[in-house]
Design a protein around this ligand. Structure first.
Ligand code: PEP
Length: 251
């Protein structure tokens, strides 16, 4: 069975209730069948590791080089050193605002794998691509472009399908739409990645809330969620987690 994850991407925010109270709330929830992960801004990683009562920690990015004159970057080895075990790579905000290219994202992914971090590779299309019927081809090219020898290393790789038009917009993809796209992603993994990666967990991200989680879990054929806005409130985030594990328990 594939691993299941529900990841809180705080982006450049902190939870209004405070880090300690947020983690206490998460820590008190029974953990079943899916792993909770928190991705705080870099500088708060040690605090989340310390107060997280076993909740796994992800970095929101990782350097694409080992070390050296790369002002503003943080290496995968450093992130591992302070307790991160996952690294989000290729988030659309990195691709669009900071101009991360597929080549850079491929190197970030390789650095993560080489340093004991599980990369969470974000892929997704904008509305123009979806309206033109080019989703499968677009995602396939994002998957092909980050393929490297590092995929032959041990350690897991997680894929997050995050349609750009759904991120932070309040407009989520329907479960049926996600299931169709997950099938496209699986076939792209089979075409472009080694067979050890074909069964990678696939998460969905894009305006997930406690209100729409039911349809996404029931019909989306996904292994979990990457949550932005709603993850800043521990109760909403846990309600999304419960939506996933509650359904798994009934299945
Ligand atoms: C994200 O940024 O990864 C994300 C999914 O954001 P939101 O849930 O706010 O759409």
């Amino acid at each position: 069975m594939r691993n299941r994850y529900v990841i809180a991407n705080w982006k450049m925010n902190l939870p209004p209730e405070g880090i300690g109270a947020y983690l206490d709330e998460l820590g008190s929830a029974p953990k079943r069948d899916a792993r909770l992960i928190v991705a705080p801004p870099f500088v708060y990683i040690p605090e989340v590791v310390r107060k997280g009562r076993g909740i796994a920690v992800a970095a929101q990015n990782c350097g694409d080089q080992k070390s050296g004159a790369f002002t503003g970057e943080v290496s995968a080895a450093m992130l591992h050193d302070v307790g991160a075990r996952f690294a989000i790579v290729g988030h659309s905000e990195r691709r669009n605002v900071y101009k991360d290219t597929d080549e850079m994202i491929g190197r970030r992914m390789a650095m993560a794998l080489e340093n004991g971090l599980t990369p969470v590779l974000c892929i997704g299309e904008d509305l123009r691509v979806r309206d033109a019927g080019g989703v499968a081809e677009h995602l396939s090219s994002q998957i092909r472009a980050v393929s490297s020898d590092a995929l032959g290393l041990s350690g897991e790789v997680v894929v997050a399908y995050e349609p750009i038009w759904a991120i932070g917009t309040g407009r989520n993809a329907s479960g049926a739409m996600v299931a169709e796209t997950v099938a496209d992603i699986r076939s792209a993994l089979q075409r472009h990645w080694p067979s050890s990666r074909w069964d990678a967990p696939i998460l969905y991200g894009g305006s997930v809330t406690p209100d729409n989680v039911g349809d996404l879990v029931a019909n989306g054929n996904i292994d979990g969620f990457l949550v932005g806005g709603a993850s800043l409130d521990s109760r909403k985030f846990l309600a999304i987690y419960d939506g996933l594990v509650g359904r798994l328990a009934r299945a």
